[in-house]
Design a protein around this ligand. Structure first.
Ligand SMILES: NC(=O)c1ccc[n+]([C@@H]2O[C@H](COP(=O)([O-])OP(=O)(O)OC[C@H]3O[C@@H](n4cnc5c(N)ncnc54)[C@H](O)[C@@H]3O)[C@@H](O)[C@H]2O)c1
Length: 366
């Protein structure tokens, strides 16, 4: 499939690298950015044959899929235009700013027989896939509970344009939540309700990265979220997402079952370690990873979506999964505002089992 890339910013380089050099079922046909210099740099570095405007991409018959790597505010409007023009879409997280927008995207895609894929794709990495297999194999018994902690002091110390992290569609929940919540959904299944509290530690943040060092950002979203997610299988996850914490010692994700505990690796990465302790062996032991995808293989979600299109099956990094994650996040915000439990309506797509006994770059169904 030929890709039209829109948004040649910070995250685009790893997609360009991997989809050019690692995954053979895609190639870049054109790239676009509001900043012409960024599009030019990407095209030169990765031999992309065409630099276009986004509007030109939509009219270009040679482009099959739009890879939307713009900031969150651009996810819904650009993806919607692409779908209406008959292009498949793969978009960075979050799928959209609101659940209603996300639902509309999925409905348009379904009505036109198009595919939507959405980041994160890290759950397709060796770490989470190994955890998933261990749970399926009954190694921790029936999952009862989980914890998920992402706490740091925000991204204004390193990102050159960090404003969007404090705008709607940003904040720790919408920025980092997708990694953690997508992993929890893939490990525990559909979520059915949430409850939460939210707080804002700082009304303004000062950028310390270059080139905007010293500039202030107005914080428009809660930057400390404490939530509970109840899953359909009965498990309850405790989730803390924060940009207000300088240091902590909590684990990324842990899953607690009737016969054991699983320490899940950083869901913002692809590798391990995966640690398992059981009622019989209460010390954690490191488990072998079941897949070769343990480095930064961002882009695998798009490659897997293309593979799914070719096999006429549901993709795993699907729009429906991202929509469920978006509903969970939006409902956490609503619950924090309204002080009550929110019941969810969406259902993620069923995960299609993949055979991980492959070489890097290949995708194979079981
Ligand atoms: N930076 C990271 O480490 C990282 C990691 C994972 C995911 N993400 C996600 O990737 C997305 C992009 O993040 P980023 O860090 O690359 O942001 P960025 O600001 O560095 O890049 C976004 C680019 O999109 C362009 N753009 C915005 N609207 C556009 C439009 N209408 N038409 C054409 N170009 C447009 C901007 O000019 C900019 O170059 C975000 O959703 C973010 O959450 C970022």
């Amino acid at each position: 499939m030929k890709i039209g890339l829109v948004g040649c910013g910070n995250i685009s380089s790893i997609y360009l690298e991997n989809l050019t050099n690692v995954f053979p079922n895609t190639s870049f046909y054109a790239c676009a950015d509001l900043d012409a210099e960024k599009a030019k740099n990407a095209a030169e570095k990765y031999n992309i044959p065409h630099i276009m405007t986004f509007e030109e991409m939509l009219e270009c018959p040679d482009i099959d899929v739009i890879l939307n790597l713009t900031t969150p505010q651009g996810h819904y409007p650009l993806s919607k235009q692409a779908l209406l023009k008959g292009k498949h879409v793969y978009v960075e997280k979050p799928l959209a700013l609101t659940y209603a927008q996300g639902k509309e995207l999925i409905e348009i895609a379904q009505s036109k027989g198009l595919y939507v894929g959405c980041a994160p794709d890290t759950f397709l990495g060796a770490g989470i896939q190994t955890c998933s297999q261990l749970i399926k194999d009954g190694k921790i018994g029936k999952p009862i509970a989980a914890t998920a902690f992402m706490m740091c002091h925000g991204h204004e110390s390193w990102h050159p344009d960090p404003e969007f992290y404090y705008d709607f569609g940003g904040g720790p929940l919408f920025d980092m939540g997708p990694y953690y919540i997508t992993a929890l959904v893939r490990l525990l299944g559909r979520a059915k309700s949430v409850m939460a509290y939210g707080a804002k530690g700082f009304e303004k943040r000062t950028i310390t990265s270059m080139p905007k060092n010293g500039q202030e950002i107005e914080v428009k979203v809660d930057t400390h979220i404490a939530g509970l997610i109840r899953f359909e299988n009965g498990a309850i996850a405790t989730l803390i997402m924060s940009f207000d914490v300088w240091k902590h010692s909590m684990p990324n994700i842990e899953i607690y079952g009737t016969t054991g505990s699983l320490k899940v690796p950083d869901p913002n990465g692809f590798g391990g370690p995966v640690l398992l302790a059981t009622s019989e062996n209460t010390e954690y032991s490191e488990m072998p990873l079941i897949s070769p995808y343990s480095e930064n293989e961002r882009g695998i979600g798009l490659s897997e979506t293309v593979h799914a299109f070719e096999e006429k099956r549901v993709n795993n990094a699907s729009g429906a999964l991202a929509l469920h994650v978006l509903e969970i996040m939006e409902s956490i915000v609503k619950s924090a505002e309204q002080g009550k439990e929110i019941t969810l309506e969406s259902t993620p797509s069923q995960e299609v089992p993949l055979d991980w006994n492959v070489k890097i770059g290949d995708i194979k169904t079981k």
